[in-house]
Design a binder for this molecule. Structure first.
Ligand code: NA7
Length: 539
Protein backbone atom coordinates (compact mmCIF):
# COMPACT_ATOMS: atom_id res chain seq x y z
CA UNK A 1 0.00 0.00 0.00
CA UNK A 2 1.42 3.36 -0.96
CA UNK A 3 1.07 6.48 1.09
CA UNK A 4 1.22 8.91 -1.83
CA UNK A 5 -0.06 7.75 -5.17
CA UNK A 6 -0.06 9.76 -8.41
CA UNK A 7 -3.61 10.02 -9.65
CA UNK A 8 -3.19 7.70 -12.67
CA UNK A 9 -1.69 4.93 -10.57
CA UNK A 10 -4.04 2.69 -8.61
CA UNK A 11 -5.49 4.14 -5.47
CA UNK A 12 -5.26 2.45 -2.10
CA UNK A 13 -9.03 2.47 -1.63
CA UNK A 14 -12.27 3.28 -3.37
CA UNK A 15 -15.29 3.88 -1.18
CA UNK A 16 -18.72 3.67 -2.81
CA UNK A 17 -21.25 5.97 -1.13
CA UNK A 18 -21.01 9.23 0.81
CA UNK A 19 -23.57 8.70 3.56
CA UNK A 20 -22.76 8.22 7.24
CA UNK A 21 -20.70 5.08 6.43
CA UNK A 22 -18.69 6.42 3.51
CA UNK A 23 -17.84 9.68 5.24
CA UNK A 24 -16.50 8.07 8.39
CA UNK A 25 -14.64 5.44 6.34
CA UNK A 26 -12.94 8.22 4.39
CA UNK A 27 -11.97 9.97 7.62
CA UNK A 28 -10.43 6.78 9.04
CA UNK A 29 -8.58 5.96 5.80
CA UNK A 30 -7.11 9.46 5.73
CA UNK A 31 -6.00 8.95 9.33
CA UNK A 32 -4.09 5.86 8.20
CA UNK A 33 -2.42 7.83 5.44
CA UNK A 34 -4.23 5.84 2.75
CA UNK A 35 -5.38 7.47 -0.43
CA UNK A 36 -9.13 7.15 -0.87
CA UNK A 37 -11.62 8.22 -3.47
CA UNK A 38 -15.30 8.27 -2.58
CA UNK A 39 -17.81 7.88 -5.41
CA UNK A 40 -21.37 9.04 -4.75
CA UNK A 41 -24.40 8.72 -7.04
CA UNK A 42 -26.28 11.67 -5.50
CA UNK A 43 -25.73 15.28 -6.42
CA UNK A 44 -24.67 15.84 -2.83
CA UNK A 45 -23.49 13.88 0.20
CA UNK A 46 -25.77 12.39 2.86
CA UNK A 47 -26.92 9.02 1.52
CA UNK A 48 -30.28 8.10 3.03
CA UNK A 49 -30.63 11.61 4.41
CA UNK A 50 -29.95 13.14 1.02
CA UNK A 51 -32.54 11.04 -0.79
CA UNK A 52 -35.28 10.80 1.86
CA UNK A 53 -36.26 14.45 1.99
CA UNK A 54 -40.00 13.83 1.89
CA UNK A 55 -42.16 16.00 4.16
CA UNK A 56 -42.16 14.57 7.68
CA UNK A 57 -38.91 12.56 7.27
CA UNK A 58 -37.40 12.12 10.69
CA UNK A 59 -35.14 9.68 12.48
CA UNK A 60 -36.74 7.19 14.88
CA UNK A 61 -33.63 6.99 17.07
CA UNK A 62 -33.01 9.89 19.44
CA UNK A 63 -30.70 12.51 17.97
CA UNK A 64 -28.20 12.37 20.85
CA UNK A 65 -27.68 8.69 19.97
CA UNK A 66 -28.15 8.81 16.19
CA UNK A 67 -24.87 10.63 15.65
CA UNK A 68 -21.15 9.88 15.39
CA UNK A 69 -19.29 9.08 18.58
CA UNK A 70 -15.75 8.95 17.19
CA UNK A 71 -14.79 12.48 18.19
CA UNK A 72 -15.79 13.78 21.61
CA UNK A 73 -15.31 17.40 20.52
CA UNK A 74 -17.83 16.86 17.71
CA UNK A 75 -20.47 15.28 19.92
CA UNK A 76 -20.01 17.92 22.62
CA UNK A 77 -20.15 20.88 20.25
CA UNK A 78 -22.98 19.87 17.92
CA UNK A 79 -26.39 21.06 19.14
CA UNK A 80 -29.48 19.06 18.23
CA UNK A 81 -32.73 20.99 18.49
CA UNK A 82 -35.24 18.13 18.81
CA UNK A 83 -35.47 14.80 20.58
CA UNK A 84 -35.91 13.11 17.18
CA UNK A 85 -34.06 15.00 14.47
CA UNK A 86 -35.76 15.90 11.20
CA UNK A 87 -34.17 15.08 7.85
CA UNK A 88 -33.02 18.69 7.21
CA UNK A 89 -31.26 18.80 10.57
CA UNK A 90 -29.51 15.45 10.04
CA UNK A 91 -28.38 16.56 6.59
CA UNK A 92 -27.05 19.80 8.11
CA UNK A 93 -25.10 17.68 10.62
CA UNK A 94 -23.66 15.54 7.82
CA UNK A 95 -22.60 18.68 5.94
CA UNK A 96 -21.00 20.00 9.11
CA UNK A 97 -19.04 16.75 9.54
CA UNK A 98 -17.83 16.91 5.93
CA UNK A 99 -16.61 20.49 6.38
CA UNK A 100 -15.13 19.86 9.81
CA UNK A 101 -12.92 17.00 8.60
CA UNK A 102 -12.37 18.44 5.11
CA UNK A 103 -13.91 15.39 3.45
CA UNK A 104 -15.41 16.86 0.30
CA UNK A 105 -12.14 17.07 -1.64
CA UNK A 106 -12.04 13.24 -1.84
CA UNK A 107 -15.68 12.80 -2.89
CA UNK A 108 -16.86 12.70 -6.47
CA UNK A 109 -20.60 13.50 -6.62
CA UNK A 110 -23.12 12.58 -9.35
CA UNK A 111 -21.04 9.49 -10.04
CA UNK A 112 -22.96 6.23 -9.91
CA UNK A 113 -20.81 3.12 -9.88
CA UNK A 114 -21.98 0.55 -12.42
CA UNK A 115 -19.38 -2.18 -12.01
CA UNK A 116 -16.56 -3.36 -9.77
CA UNK A 117 -14.35 -6.14 -11.12
CA UNK A 118 -11.48 -7.85 -9.32
CA UNK A 119 -8.34 -8.35 -11.36
CA UNK A 120 -6.60 -11.29 -9.67
CA UNK A 121 -3.30 -10.91 -11.56
CA UNK A 122 -2.88 -7.32 -10.44
CA UNK A 123 -4.75 -7.79 -7.14
CA UNK A 124 -6.74 -4.65 -7.90
CA UNK A 125 -10.38 -3.65 -8.13
CA UNK A 126 -11.47 -1.86 -11.33
CA UNK A 127 -14.45 0.32 -10.60
CA UNK A 128 -16.36 1.79 -13.53
CA UNK A 129 -18.75 4.72 -13.22
CA UNK A 130 -21.85 5.65 -15.19
CA UNK A 131 -19.69 8.20 -17.05
CA UNK A 132 -17.55 5.38 -18.45
CA UNK A 133 -14.34 6.10 -16.56
CA UNK A 134 -12.57 3.39 -14.60
CA UNK A 135 -10.63 3.81 -11.37
CA UNK A 136 -8.41 1.11 -9.89
CA UNK A 137 -7.68 0.44 -6.26
CA UNK A 138 -6.32 -2.28 -4.01
CA UNK A 139 -9.36 -2.19 -1.76
CA UNK A 140 -12.99 -1.47 -2.55
CA UNK A 141 -15.32 -0.61 0.30
CA UNK A 142 -19.06 -0.65 -0.25
CA UNK A 143 -20.77 2.02 1.85
CA UNK A 144 -23.88 1.72 -0.26
CA UNK A 145 -26.46 1.55 2.54
CA UNK A 146 -29.03 -1.07 3.47
CA UNK A 147 -32.08 0.90 2.37
CA UNK A 148 -30.93 2.77 -0.70
CA UNK A 149 -32.38 0.95 -3.67
CA UNK A 150 -35.88 2.43 -3.87
CA UNK A 151 -38.59 0.08 -5.04
CA UNK A 152 -41.72 0.89 -7.01
CA UNK A 153 -44.74 -1.36 -6.57
CA UNK A 154 -45.60 -3.95 -9.19
CA UNK A 155 -48.90 -2.38 -10.24
CA UNK A 156 -50.17 -2.43 -13.81
CA UNK A 157 -50.33 0.88 -15.64
CA UNK A 158 -47.90 2.85 -13.43
CA UNK A 159 -46.34 4.51 -16.47
CA UNK A 160 -49.77 5.71 -17.67
CA UNK A 161 -50.31 8.05 -14.73
CA UNK A 162 -50.31 11.65 -15.95
CA UNK A 163 -50.15 13.34 -12.53
CA UNK A 164 -47.08 14.02 -10.39
CA UNK A 165 -45.17 10.99 -9.06
CA UNK A 166 -42.79 10.72 -6.13
CA UNK A 167 -40.98 7.96 -4.24
CA UNK A 168 -40.20 8.83 -0.62
CA UNK A 169 -36.67 7.48 -1.08
CA UNK A 170 -36.00 9.52 -4.24
CA UNK A 171 -37.56 12.81 -3.23
CA UNK A 172 -36.70 15.85 -5.37
CA UNK A 173 -34.44 18.53 -3.93
CA UNK A 174 -36.93 21.31 -4.79
CA UNK A 175 -39.79 21.60 -2.27
CA UNK A 176 -43.11 20.04 -3.30
CA UNK A 177 -46.39 21.70 -2.37
CA UNK A 178 -49.52 19.52 -2.36
CA UNK A 179 -51.91 22.36 -1.51
CA UNK A 180 -55.26 21.94 -3.20
CA UNK A 181 -54.29 18.58 -4.70
CA UNK A 182 -55.80 15.09 -4.56
CA UNK A 183 -52.94 12.92 -3.40
CA UNK A 184 -52.58 9.15 -3.13
CA UNK A 185 -50.00 7.45 -0.89
CA UNK A 186 -49.18 3.79 -1.51
CA UNK A 187 -47.41 2.14 1.44
CA UNK A 188 -47.71 2.40 5.20
CA UNK A 189 -44.24 1.50 6.50
CA UNK A 190 -42.09 4.04 8.38
CA UNK A 191 -41.96 6.41 5.40
CA UNK A 192 -45.70 6.30 4.72
CA UNK A 193 -46.49 6.77 8.39
CA UNK A 194 -44.29 9.88 8.46
CA UNK A 195 -45.38 11.47 5.19
CA UNK A 196 -49.15 10.88 5.60
CA UNK A 197 -49.91 13.31 8.49
CA UNK A 198 -47.91 16.12 6.85
CA UNK A 199 -49.45 15.71 3.40
CA UNK A 200 -52.89 15.39 5.03
CA UNK A 201 -52.52 18.95 6.26
CA UNK A 202 -51.68 20.28 2.79
CA UNK A 203 -53.72 18.23 0.37
CA UNK A 204 -57.35 18.81 -0.57
CA UNK A 205 -57.87 15.05 -0.42
CA UNK A 206 -55.52 12.29 0.68
CA UNK A 207 -56.17 8.64 -0.11
CA UNK A 208 -53.93 6.07 1.59
CA UNK A 209 -53.61 2.68 -0.09
CA UNK A 210 -52.65 0.17 2.58
CA UNK A 211 -51.61 -3.43 1.94
CA UNK A 212 -50.36 -4.39 5.42
CA UNK A 213 -51.01 -2.34 8.55
CA UNK A 214 -48.04 -1.93 10.88
CA UNK A 215 -47.52 -1.00 14.52
CA UNK A 216 -46.75 2.61 15.26
CA UNK A 217 -46.22 4.30 18.60
CA UNK A 218 -46.32 8.02 19.36
CA UNK A 219 -42.83 9.52 19.16
CA UNK A 220 -43.60 12.29 21.65
CA UNK A 221 -41.06 14.34 19.79
CA UNK A 222 -40.28 17.68 21.42
CA UNK A 223 -37.61 20.36 21.48
CA UNK A 224 -34.51 19.13 23.31
CA UNK A 225 -34.37 20.56 26.78
CA UNK A 226 -30.94 22.29 27.13
CA UNK A 227 -30.58 20.93 30.67
CA UNK A 228 -31.24 17.34 29.53
CA UNK A 229 -28.85 17.84 26.65
CA UNK A 230 -26.12 19.10 28.99
CA UNK A 231 -26.65 16.19 31.38
CA UNK A 232 -26.57 13.66 28.54
CA UNK A 233 -23.39 15.15 27.13
CA UNK A 234 -21.73 14.90 30.52
CA UNK A 235 -22.21 11.15 30.51
CA UNK A 236 -21.71 10.69 26.77
CA UNK A 237 -18.76 8.29 27.10
CA UNK A 238 -20.74 5.96 29.35
CA UNK A 239 -23.84 6.20 27.16
CA UNK A 240 -21.95 5.39 23.96
CA UNK A 241 -20.31 2.41 25.66
CA UNK A 242 -23.72 1.16 26.77
CA UNK A 243 -25.04 1.52 23.21
CA UNK A 244 -22.08 -0.44 21.78
CA UNK A 245 -22.66 -3.26 24.25
CA UNK A 246 -26.45 -3.27 23.89
CA UNK A 247 -28.73 -5.43 21.76
CA UNK A 248 -29.96 -2.70 19.41
CA UNK A 249 -27.22 -0.08 19.57
CA UNK A 250 -29.20 2.17 21.89
CA UNK A 251 -28.32 2.96 25.50
CA UNK A 252 -30.79 2.51 28.32
CA UNK A 253 -32.66 -0.50 26.98
CA UNK A 254 -31.86 -3.11 29.63
CA UNK A 255 -31.84 -6.69 28.35
CA UNK A 256 -35.17 -8.19 29.44
CA UNK A 257 -34.89 -11.01 31.94
CA UNK A 258 -38.46 -12.15 32.55
CA UNK A 259 -41.33 -13.65 30.58
CA UNK A 260 -44.48 -11.68 29.75
CA UNK A 261 -46.30 -14.30 31.85
CA UNK A 262 -44.13 -13.76 34.93
CA UNK A 263 -46.34 -10.81 35.87
CA UNK A 264 -50.14 -10.64 36.13
CA UNK A 265 -52.09 -9.01 33.27
CA UNK A 266 -52.73 -5.73 35.12
CA UNK A 267 -49.07 -5.30 35.98
CA UNK A 268 -48.08 -6.26 32.44
CA UNK A 269 -50.37 -3.63 30.94
CA UNK A 270 -49.03 -1.04 33.38
CA UNK A 271 -45.52 -1.85 32.15
CA UNK A 272 -46.65 -1.56 28.52
CA UNK A 273 -48.34 1.75 29.35
CA UNK A 274 -45.05 3.16 30.69
CA UNK A 275 -43.30 2.19 27.46
CA UNK A 276 -46.16 3.54 25.33
CA UNK A 277 -45.76 6.88 27.10
CA UNK A 278 -41.98 6.92 26.73
CA UNK A 279 -41.96 7.85 23.04
CA UNK A 280 -39.64 4.97 22.14
CA UNK A 281 -40.08 1.63 20.38
CA UNK A 282 -38.98 -0.25 23.50
CA UNK A 283 -42.37 -1.97 23.97
CA UNK A 284 -41.32 -4.91 21.80
CA UNK A 285 -38.36 -5.62 24.07
CA UNK A 286 -39.91 -5.41 27.50
CA UNK A 287 -40.05 -9.16 28.14
CA UNK A 288 -37.57 -11.81 27.07
CA UNK A 289 -40.11 -13.97 25.20
CA UNK A 290 -41.86 -11.33 23.07
CA UNK A 291 -39.88 -12.18 19.95
CA UNK A 292 -39.80 -15.93 20.47
CA UNK A 293 -43.23 -16.90 21.81
CA UNK A 294 -46.35 -15.99 19.80
CA UNK A 295 -48.60 -15.96 22.88
CA UNK A 296 -46.28 -13.66 24.77
CA UNK A 297 -46.06 -11.46 21.71
CA UNK A 298 -49.86 -11.23 21.59
CA UNK A 299 -49.93 -9.53 24.99
CA UNK A 300 -47.90 -6.60 23.64
CA UNK A 301 -49.58 -6.66 20.22
CA UNK A 302 -53.07 -6.60 21.80
CA UNK A 303 -52.06 -3.67 24.00
CA UNK A 304 -50.91 -1.62 21.00
CA UNK A 305 -53.90 -2.67 18.87
CA UNK A 306 -56.23 -1.32 21.58
CA UNK A 307 -54.29 1.95 21.60
CA UNK A 308 -54.60 2.24 17.83
CA UNK A 309 -58.33 1.56 17.99
CA UNK A 310 -58.75 4.27 20.61
CA UNK A 311 -57.12 6.90 18.40
CA UNK A 312 -59.24 6.38 15.28
CA UNK A 313 -62.86 7.58 15.32
CA UNK A 314 -64.28 5.57 12.42
CA UNK A 315 -64.57 1.90 13.51
CA UNK A 316 -64.16 0.54 9.95
CA UNK A 317 -60.98 2.53 9.41
CA UNK A 318 -59.75 1.48 12.85
CA UNK A 319 -60.42 -2.18 12.03
CA UNK A 320 -58.49 -1.89 8.76
CA UNK A 321 -55.54 -0.36 10.63
CA UNK A 322 -55.23 -3.33 13.04
CA UNK A 323 -51.87 -5.02 12.48
CA UNK A 324 -51.84 -8.81 12.45
CA UNK A 325 -48.13 -9.72 12.34
CA UNK A 326 -46.41 -10.35 15.66
CA UNK A 327 -45.22 -6.99 16.99
CA UNK A 328 -41.54 -6.35 16.35
CA UNK A 329 -41.13 -8.75 13.44
CA UNK A 330 -41.37 -5.76 11.13
CA UNK A 331 -39.82 -2.51 12.22
CA UNK A 332 -42.07 -0.81 14.82
CA UNK A 333 -42.63 2.80 13.73
CA UNK A 334 -42.69 6.04 15.67
CA UNK A 335 -45.13 8.64 14.45
CA UNK A 336 -46.27 12.20 14.93
CA UNK A 337 -50.04 12.16 14.49
CA UNK A 338 -50.34 9.23 12.07
CA UNK A 339 -53.55 7.66 13.38
CA UNK A 340 -55.10 11.08 14.09
CA UNK A 341 -54.69 11.91 10.39
CA UNK A 342 -57.47 9.38 9.65
CA UNK A 343 -59.87 11.49 11.73
CA UNK A 344 -59.56 14.35 9.25
CA UNK A 345 -62.43 14.72 6.78
CA UNK A 346 -60.02 14.93 3.82
CA UNK A 347 -58.27 11.59 4.54
CA UNK A 348 -59.50 8.17 3.45
CA UNK A 349 -57.99 4.73 3.89
CA UNK A 350 -58.33 2.10 1.16
CA UNK A 351 -57.69 -1.38 2.54
CA UNK A 352 -56.08 -3.21 -0.37
CA UNK A 353 -56.70 -6.61 1.27
CA UNK A 354 -60.43 -5.94 0.91
CA UNK A 355 -60.31 -3.90 -2.31
CA UNK A 356 -57.15 -4.46 -4.34
CA UNK A 357 -55.84 -2.10 -6.99
CA UNK A 358 -56.82 -3.19 -10.50
CA UNK A 359 -54.47 -0.81 -12.30
CA UNK A 360 -53.23 2.75 -12.46
CA UNK A 361 -54.96 4.97 -15.02
CA UNK A 362 -53.86 8.32 -16.49
CA UNK A 363 -56.02 10.09 -13.90
CA UNK A 364 -55.75 7.93 -10.82
CA UNK A 365 -56.18 4.41 -9.50
CA UNK A 366 -58.87 1.94 -10.49
CA UNK A 367 -59.85 -0.46 -7.72
CA UNK A 368 -61.07 -3.98 -8.29
CA UNK A 369 -64.60 -2.97 -7.21
CA UNK A 370 -64.76 -0.63 -10.22
CA UNK A 371 -64.16 2.70 -8.43
CA UNK A 372 -61.63 5.05 -10.01
CA UNK A 373 -59.92 7.17 -7.34
CA UNK A 374 -59.04 10.46 -9.06
CA UNK A 375 -55.57 11.74 -8.15
CA UNK A 376 -53.32 14.67 -9.06
CA UNK A 377 -50.24 13.16 -7.41
CA UNK A 378 -49.07 9.73 -6.31
CA UNK A 379 -46.54 9.14 -3.56
CA UNK A 380 -44.87 5.75 -3.45
CA UNK A 381 -43.80 4.94 0.11
CA UNK A 382 -43.14 1.40 -1.05
CA UNK A 383 -39.72 0.84 0.44
CA UNK A 384 -36.55 -0.71 -0.86
CA UNK A 385 -34.87 -3.76 -2.26
CA UNK A 386 -33.21 -3.88 1.15
CA UNK A 387 -29.71 -4.93 2.17
CA UNK A 388 -28.66 -6.57 -1.10
CA UNK A 389 -30.41 -4.27 -3.62
CA UNK A 390 -27.76 -1.55 -3.82
CA UNK A 391 -24.96 -4.14 -4.08
CA UNK A 392 -26.71 -6.21 -6.71
CA UNK A 393 -27.37 -3.06 -8.74
CA UNK A 394 -23.60 -2.93 -9.32
CA UNK A 395 -22.02 -5.61 -11.51
CA UNK A 396 -19.62 -6.94 -8.86
CA UNK A 397 -17.25 -9.68 -10.04
CA UNK A 398 -14.72 -11.51 -7.91
CA UNK A 399 -12.09 -14.14 -8.65
CA UNK A 400 -12.57 -15.89 -12.01
CA UNK A 401 -15.32 -13.44 -12.87
CA UNK A 402 -17.92 -14.83 -10.46
CA UNK A 403 -20.80 -12.40 -9.96
CA UNK A 404 -21.83 -11.44 -6.43
CA UNK A 405 -25.44 -11.55 -7.57
CA UNK A 406 -25.05 -15.21 -8.57
CA UNK A 407 -23.17 -16.12 -5.40
CA UNK A 408 -26.04 -14.62 -3.42
CA UNK A 409 -28.90 -15.95 -5.56
CA UNK A 410 -30.17 -18.14 -2.70
CA UNK A 411 -29.58 -15.36 -0.14
CA UNK A 412 -26.55 -13.28 0.83
CA UNK A 413 -23.47 -15.15 2.04
CA UNK A 414 -20.92 -13.24 4.07
CA UNK A 415 -18.46 -13.68 6.88
CA UNK A 416 -19.66 -11.36 9.67
CA UNK A 417 -21.44 -9.20 7.07
CA UNK A 418 -18.03 -7.76 6.24
CA UNK A 419 -16.72 -9.79 3.28
CA UNK A 420 -17.83 -12.55 0.94
CA UNK A 421 -15.70 -15.53 -0.14
CA UNK A 422 -14.49 -15.14 -3.73
CA UNK A 423 -14.31 -11.36 -3.45
CA UNK A 424 -10.88 -10.50 -2.00
CA UNK A 425 -10.26 -6.98 -0.70
CA UNK A 426 -13.96 -6.08 -1.03
CA UNK A 427 -15.56 -4.92 2.22
CA UNK A 428 -19.19 -4.18 3.02
CA UNK A 429 -20.16 -1.69 5.71
CA UNK A 430 -23.25 -3.00 7.55
CA UNK A 431 -23.57 -5.81 5.05
CA UNK A 432 -26.10 -8.65 5.28
CA UNK A 433 -25.18 -10.99 8.12
CA UNK A 434 -24.47 -8.09 10.50
CA UNK A 435 -26.95 -6.40 12.89
CA UNK A 436 -27.25 -3.29 10.64
CA UNK A 437 -30.96 -2.57 10.14
CA UNK A 438 -31.94 -4.15 13.46
CA UNK A 439 -29.98 -1.50 15.31
CA UNK A 440 -29.08 2.14 15.64
CA UNK A 441 -27.18 1.86 12.40
CA UNK A 442 -24.64 4.59 13.24
CA UNK A 443 -23.27 2.38 16.03
CA UNK A 444 -22.86 -0.48 13.57
CA UNK A 445 -21.38 1.78 10.90
CA UNK A 446 -18.72 3.03 13.30
CA UNK A 447 -17.96 -0.50 14.43
CA UNK A 448 -17.54 -1.81 10.87
CA UNK A 449 -15.50 1.19 9.74
CA UNK A 450 -13.17 0.82 12.73
CA UNK A 451 -12.87 -2.93 12.16
CA UNK A 452 -12.00 -2.42 8.47
CA UNK A 453 -9.54 0.42 9.19
CA UNK A 454 -7.82 -1.61 11.92
CA UNK A 455 -7.66 -4.59 9.58
CA UNK A 456 -6.02 -2.52 6.82
CA UNK A 457 -3.50 -1.13 9.31
CA UNK A 458 -2.77 -4.66 10.58
CA UNK A 459 -2.24 -5.90 7.04
CA UNK A 460 0.08 -3.03 6.18
CA UNK A 461 2.23 -3.71 9.26
CA UNK A 462 2.69 -7.30 8.11
CA UNK A 463 3.09 -6.62 4.41
CA UNK A 464 -0.21 -8.30 3.52
CA UNK A 465 -1.95 -7.05 0.41
CA UNK A 466 -4.85 -9.45 0.11
CA UNK A 467 -7.61 -10.58 2.45
CA UNK A 468 -10.52 -12.86 1.69
CA UNK A 469 -13.20 -14.61 3.70
CA UNK A 470 -12.67 -18.38 3.68
CA UNK A 471 -15.60 -20.54 2.57
CA UNK A 472 -15.57 -22.65 5.73
CA UNK A 473 -15.74 -19.67 8.06
CA UNK A 474 -18.38 -18.06 5.88
CA UNK A 475 -20.52 -21.21 5.82
CA UNK A 476 -20.32 -21.40 9.60
CA UNK A 477 -21.31 -17.74 9.96
CA UNK A 478 -24.26 -18.04 7.55
CA UNK A 479 -25.44 -21.13 9.43
CA UNK A 480 -25.20 -19.23 12.73
CA UNK A 481 -27.09 -16.20 11.32
CA UNK A 482 -29.88 -18.51 10.12
CA UNK A 483 -29.95 -20.50 13.33
CA UNK A 484 -30.43 -17.48 15.61
CA UNK A 485 -33.10 -16.03 13.28
CA UNK A 486 -34.96 -19.37 13.19
CA UNK A 487 -35.24 -19.31 16.97
CA UNK A 488 -37.27 -16.07 16.77
CA UNK A 489 -40.62 -15.00 15.34
CA UNK A 490 -38.92 -12.77 12.74
CA UNK A 491 -39.25 -15.22 9.82
CA UNK A 492 -43.05 -15.28 10.37
CA UNK A 493 -43.60 -11.82 8.87
CA UNK A 494 -43.49 -10.97 5.16
CA UNK A 495 -40.87 -8.33 5.83
CA UNK A 496 -38.07 -6.79 3.83
CA UNK A 497 -35.74 -8.35 6.42
CA UNK A 498 -36.79 -11.61 4.71
CA UNK A 499 -36.64 -10.22 1.17
CA UNK A 500 -40.41 -10.80 1.02
CA UNK A 501 -41.22 -7.42 -0.57
CA UNK A 502 -39.30 -8.15 -3.77
CA UNK A 503 -40.84 -10.73 -6.12
CA UNK A 504 -38.39 -13.55 -6.83
CA UNK A 505 -35.97 -12.57 -4.05
CA UNK A 506 -34.72 -15.46 -1.91
CA UNK A 507 -36.61 -15.66 1.40
CA UNK A 508 -33.78 -15.55 3.86
CA UNK A 509 -33.53 -13.51 7.05
CA UNK A 510 -30.70 -11.16 6.12
CA UNK A 511 -29.60 -9.19 9.20
CA UNK A 512 -27.92 -10.78 12.23
CA UNK A 513 -30.34 -10.93 15.14
CA UNK A 514 -27.78 -11.91 17.80
CA UNK A 515 -27.41 -8.33 19.08
CA UNK A 516 -25.01 -5.45 18.55
CA UNK A 517 -22.90 -6.09 21.67
CA UNK A 518 -22.42 -9.86 21.24
CA UNK A 519 -21.73 -9.32 17.52
CA UNK A 520 -19.05 -6.73 18.27
CA UNK A 521 -17.37 -9.18 20.65
CA UNK A 522 -17.25 -11.82 17.92
CA UNK A 523 -15.72 -9.35 15.44
CA UNK A 524 -13.15 -8.24 18.01
CA UNK A 525 -12.27 -11.86 18.83
CA UNK A 526 -11.75 -12.64 15.14
CA UNK A 527 -9.40 -9.64 14.80
CA UNK A 528 -7.54 -10.51 18.01
CA UNK A 529 -6.95 -14.02 16.66
CA UNK A 530 -5.17 -12.58 13.60
CA UNK A 531 -8.35 -12.30 11.50
CA UNK A 532 -9.36 -15.88 12.01
CA UNK A 533 -11.52 -17.18 9.18
CA UNK A 534 -10.00 -14.73 6.71
CA UNK A 535 -7.12 -15.74 4.43
CA UNK A 536 -4.31 -13.21 4.09
CA UNK A 537 -1.61 -13.03 1.42
CA UNK A 538 1.46 -10.88 0.98
CA UNK A 539 1.59 -11.01 -2.81
P1 NA7 B 1 -41.18 -0.36 4.08
O1 NA7 B 1 -41.10 -0.49 5.54
O2 NA7 B 1 -40.68 -1.48 3.25
O3 NA7 B 1 -42.71 -0.07 3.73
C1 NA7 B 1 -43.18 -0.16 2.41
C2 NA7 B 1 -44.68 -0.12 2.42
O4 NA7 B 1 -45.15 -0.15 1.06
C3 NA7 B 1 -45.31 -1.30 3.13
O5 NA7 B 1 -46.45 -0.84 3.79
C4 NA7 B 1 -45.66 -2.21 1.96
O6 NA7 B 1 -46.68 -3.11 2.24
C5 NA7 B 1 -46.08 -1.21 0.94
N1 NA7 B 1 -46.05 -1.74 -0.42
C6 NA7 B 1 -44.98 -2.21 -1.08
N2 NA7 B 1 -45.35 -2.64 -2.30
C7 NA7 B 1 -46.68 -2.44 -2.40
C8 NA7 B 1 -47.64 -2.69 -3.41
N3 NA7 B 1 -47.32 -3.23 -4.57
N4 NA7 B 1 -48.93 -2.35 -3.16
C9 NA7 B 1 -49.26 -1.80 -1.98
N5 NA7 B 1 -48.41 -1.55 -0.99
C10 NA7 B 1 -47.13 -1.87 -1.19
O7 NA7 B 1 -40.43 0.95 3.57
P2 NA7 B 1 -40.29 2.35 4.29
O8 NA7 B 1 -39.64 3.27 3.32
O9 NA7 B 1 -41.56 2.78 4.89
O10 NA7 B 1 -39.31 2.08 5.49
C11 NA7 B 1 -38.06 1.43 5.28
C12 NA7 B 1 -37.16 1.65 6.44
O11 NA7 B 1 -36.62 2.97 6.34
C13 NA7 B 1 -37.74 1.64 7.81
O12 NA7 B 1 -37.85 0.39 8.37
C14 NA7 B 1 -36.79 2.49 8.60
O13 NA7 B 1 -35.68 1.74 8.98
C15 NA7 B 1 -36.37 3.51 7.63
P3 NA7 B 1 -46.32 -4.63 2.76
O14 NA7 B 1 -45.97 -4.47 4.21
O15 NA7 B 1 -45.14 -5.09 1.94
O16 NA7 B 1 -47.53 -5.40 2.50
Amino acid sequence: MSRTTPSRRPLDTIVVGAGFAGLYMLHRLRGLGLEAQVLEAGTDIGGTWFWNRYPGARCDIESLEYSYSFDDALQQEWRWTERYASQPEILKYIHHVAERYDLRRSIRLSTRVVSAHYDAAANLWSVTTEHGDTLRARFCIMATGCLSNAKLPEIAGLADFEGQRYHTGLWPTAPVDFSGMRVGVIGTGSSGIQVIPVVAEQARELVVFQRTPGYSLPSRNEPLDPEDERATKQRYAQMRKQARESVAGVAGYPVPTQSAFAVDPAERDAIYETHWNAGRTSIGRVFDDLLVDAKANDTAADFVRAKIRAQVHDPRTAAALMPRDPIGTKRVCLDSGYYQAYNRPNVRLVDLRATPIEHVTPRGIRLRDGEEVALDALIFATGYDAMTGALNAIDIRGTEGIALKDEWAAGPRTLLGLMSAGFPNLFFITGPGSPSVLSNVIVCIEQHVDWIADCLAWMRERGNVRIEATRDAQDAWVAHVNEVAAATLFPVANSWYMGANVPGKARVFMPYVGGVGPYRKKCDAVAAAGYEGFAMASS
